[in-house]
Design a binder for this molecule. Structure first.
Ligand code: MN
Length: 229
C-alpha cells in the first residue's frame, strides 16, 4: 500500500445526470476565442487560425448550485458560458470522423476569468494561469451522457445574470466544432477518460459582483446556476 507523505487529494468529479455515478475529472482543457463575435470583442480577428488551448487544474471544478466565491486580487471577474465535452475513451490523433466515439457526454460549464489579470498577462506575453486557473474557476453542471442526448451540434446557448440575458448564440456558431476541436487537441495531447473540454464562449462576456446569480442554458444539454458570494 502506498504511504503518502501528506494526505492525497480527493479525485475531483462531476455528477452524471439522473444517475448515482460520477465522472472523475482528469484534465480540464479550454479552447480560446471559438466564437467569431467573442473573438472580435476580445480584440482579435476571428479567422480560422488553428484553435488554441489552455488548461485549468481538475480541482477548480465546482458543481451546479454551488457558490462561486469572488476571487482575490481582481477587480474584473467575468463569466464565460460554455459547452463542456466529457471524454469517455482516450486517444491521440483522433480524426474528426471518429471524434464522437470518444465522447462520454456533455455539460453546461462556466469558464470564470479574472479578466484584468488575464489581459495583463496576455499583453506581457506571460502565461494565463492567474487569470484562468484559480480556485473554483470551473463551474460544471451534471454531465448528460451522449447515450441519452446524442451529440448536439446546434441549439441555443445563453447566459443570464440576475435574470437579464447577457450572452446568446447557437453552438453551431463554434468556429472549431467539437469533432474538429478533438482532432486538434488529440494531436497535441493524448486524451484520456476523465478529460473535460470547455469549448469556448460566445460574445457578451462581462463582469459579475458578489450577490449575482448566473444562470446558463444549452438546448438539449441542460442548465447551470451559480451564485457569486
Ligand atoms: Mn473560455
Amino acid at each position: 500500500m502506498t504511504k503518502y507523505a501528506v494526505a492525497p487529494m480527493e479525485l475531483p468529479a462531476v455528477a452524471v445526470a439522473d444517475s448515482d455515478e460520477v465522472f472523475p475529472v482528469r484534465r480540464i482543457y479550454c479552447v480560446g476565442r471559438n466564437y467569431a463575435e467573442h473573438a472580435r470583442e476580445m480584440g482579435s480577428d476571428p479567422d480560422r487560425d488553428p484553435p488554441f488551448f489552455f488548461m485549468k487544474p481538475n480541482n477548480t471544478i465546482i458543481a451546479d448550485g454551488a457558490d462561486f466565491p469572488y476571487p482575490s486580487m481582481s477587480e474584473n471577474v467575468h463569466y464565460e458560458m460554455e459547452l463542456v465535452v466529457a471524454i469517455g475513451t482516450g486517444g491521440k490523433n483522433i480524426p474528426q470522423a471518429k471524434a464522437n466515439d470518444h465522447i462520454f457526454g456533455y455539460a453546461c460549464g462556466l469558464d470564470m476569468t479574472r479578466r484584468d489579470l488575464q489581459i495583463g498577462m496576455r499583453e506581457k506575453g506571460r502565461p494565463w494561469e492567474i487569470g484562468k486557473a484559480f480556485d473554483d474557476s470551473a463551474p460544471c453542471a451534471d454531465i448528460q451522457p451522449a447515450s441519452k442526448i446524442g451529440h448536439p451540434a446546434t441549439g441555443d446557448i445563453w447566459l443570464k445574470v440576475n435574470g437579464e440575458i447577457k450572452q446568446t448564440a447557437d453552438i453551431a456558431d463554434l468556429i472549431w466544432n467539437v469533432p474538429e476541436t478533438i482532432e486538434y487537441l488529440s494531436g497535441l495531447f493524448e486524451l484520456q477518460p476523465g478529460d473535460l473540454i470547455y469549448t469556448g464562449t460566445p460574445a457578451g462576456v462581462g463582469p459579475i459582483v458578489a450577490g449575482d446569480v448566473m444562470e446558463g442554458h444549452i438546448d438539449g444539454v441542460g442548465d447551470i446556476t451559480i451564485k457569486v458570494t
